[in-house]
Each structure stands twice: as structure tokens, then as C-alpha cells.
Design a protein around this ligand. Structure first.
Ligand code: ZN
Length: 254
């Protein structure tokens, strides 16, 4: 058993009996860490307010190899992202990003890239003009970091270059099952594949490589929004093998 100290963001909380909680953190040094916060719901607990969803802080815990649940020693809050919490749309999306990381990231595999992505996304979520566009940006960047990024430039069957808008075609065929785009020769290989506008495919490439600071200058049409939501939503559902609770909530309430 070794005492460890790492930065962490709370990505899930779950009640355990009357006074305890199971907390899932995302950390740059250990990946996903699941731990029990004993007595955290008691009025006397000093950790009480700090272990809320989305909170960023310094986590101290006793690391036990091959144990599913670790023991929290302390959690010092760095940022509670209060500006996100005061806006219903932003906090709802913030919870979706946490659920997405929790459902795809593996336990015990360190990924500073995923931690940095989540952290900078929460920082930028406060100031973004177009929250759904930021969500599409988070989805494609997260899929890339997690090793599931879709192929958008070369045919996933034959490898030939797929160029939008220059071949006189009206759309680009995307296959969730094959994990990317098809060229004109191969586009009938997956009956469940669907067509998106070349502009939507180009926009997705822009979201993939752009820093958050650029996002407020990127414009997306209603069609771009609908197509990328459909594409990424189906792609994520294919990998998580279920529809995330927070995505259902966004679709029904926002
Ligand atoms: Zn092909």
C-alpha cells in the first residue's frame, strides 16, 4: 500500500449506505481511480462539499494494486467550475462529458491527454458561444485520445483518399461499423452506412485539430450540427454498447 498524490476530476459519484459514497476520479497519473469516501455524507465530514461531480482537486489516496476500490485520504479542491454550475445547459453537458469518459476510459491506464482534454474542456465550457459544437469537439478529441477516432480522409475498406466536394458527389458515406468513410467504389459495403455532406466531414476534421480558443470563430450550419450529432452519437453508442443516461437527458430536456 502506497500513499499517492495526483490531480483528479470527479467524474462519477454513487451513494454507498447512509453516509458513504463511491467516487470515480479521472487522474493524469493513474487514469480512472475508483475510491470509497467514508462518512462523506455526515455533517461532520471535512470532505463533504469537495467531492461533487466535475470538481477538480488534488487527491491523496492509499493505492492498493489489483483492488477495485481505493481509500481516499484527502481531496483539496482547486476548481469547482462554479460558472458551469450556474448554467443549466452547461452543467448538463459537463455531466455528459464526465459520463462519456467514465464509460469508455479503462481503469488503471494513465492518460494525461484525456485528463488535460477534460480539464481544458471544462475551462472553455464557461465561455463557449455554441455548447453543442463544443460537445462535438469534445467527442471527436476524446475518441482520438482513447484510440477510437474515426477515419475521415481515407476509405476504411481500400485505403484510397476520400475527398469531399471535389469529386462532384453530393455526400460522403460513413460507416459506424467500419469506423470511418468509404470511397465511391466501396460505399455499398455496409447497408447501415449513411451519407453526410462533404462540408460536415470537413468541419469534423476542423473540430478534431482546432484548439478550444478557435472554437468561437468556427461556424456550423443546422445541417452540420444535425449530421455530426448523428454521426458521433451513433459512433459512441457503438463503442459504449448503450445509450448514455446524460445523452438521453440532453435529447429530452434541452
Ligand atoms: Zn474504397
Amino acid at each position: 500500500m502506497a500513499a499517492q498524490k495526483t490531480q483528479a476530476i470527479v467524474i462519477r459519484t454513487f451513494p454507498l449506505q447512509e453516509f458513504h459514497k463511491i467516487i470515480t476520479f479521472y487522474t493524469p497519473d493513474f487514469g480512472k481511480v475508483k475510491a470509497v469516501a467514508y462518512g462523506v455524507k455526515s455533517p461532520k465530514s471535512r470532505l463533504g462539499g469537495s467531492l461533487e461531480l466535475l470538481n477538480h482537486g488534488t487527491l491523496l489516496f492509499q493505492h492498493r494494486e489489483n483492488r477495485e476500490l481505493q481509500n481516499i485520504t484527502d481531496f483539496n479542491l482547486i476548481d469547482g467550475f462554479d460558472a458551469i454550475r450556474s448554467d443549466f445547459t452547461r452543467i448538463t453537458y459537463g455531466c455528459y462529458f464526465a459520463e462519456l469518459v467514465d464509460s469508455i476510459a479503462s481503469e488503471g491506464i494513465a492518460s494525461p491527454e484525456i485528463f488535460n482534454l477534460l480539464h481544458t474542456t471544462y475551462q472553455f465550457l464557461v465561455q463557449t458561444d455554441d455548447v453543442p459544437l463544443l460537445a462535438r469537439g469534445f467527442e471527436i478529441k476524446f475518441l482520438d485520445c482513447a484510440g477510437y477516432g474515426p477515419e475521415l480522409s481515407r476509405c476504411v475498406h481500400c485505403g484510397s483518399a476520400v475527398k469531399g466536394g471535389t469529386t462532384g458527389k453530393f455526400g460522403i458515406v460513413f460507416s459506424v461499423r467500419y469506423g470511418g468513410v468509404f470511397c465511391g467504389e466501396c460505399e455499398n459495403r455496409d447497408g447501415a452506412a449513411f451519407t453526410i455532406a462533404p462540408g460536415s466531414c470537413e468541419l469534423l476534421k476542423v473540430l478534431r485539430r482546432s484548439e478550444w480558443e478557435r472554437f468561437n470563430r468556427i461556424r456550423a450550419s443546422t445541417r452540420n450540427h444535425q449530421e455530426l450529432k448523428h454521426l458521433l452519437g451513433n459512433f459512441i453508442e457503438h463503442h459504449t454498447e448503450r445509450k448514455l443516461k446524460s445523452i438521453r437527458f440532453i435529447e429530452n430536456v434541452l
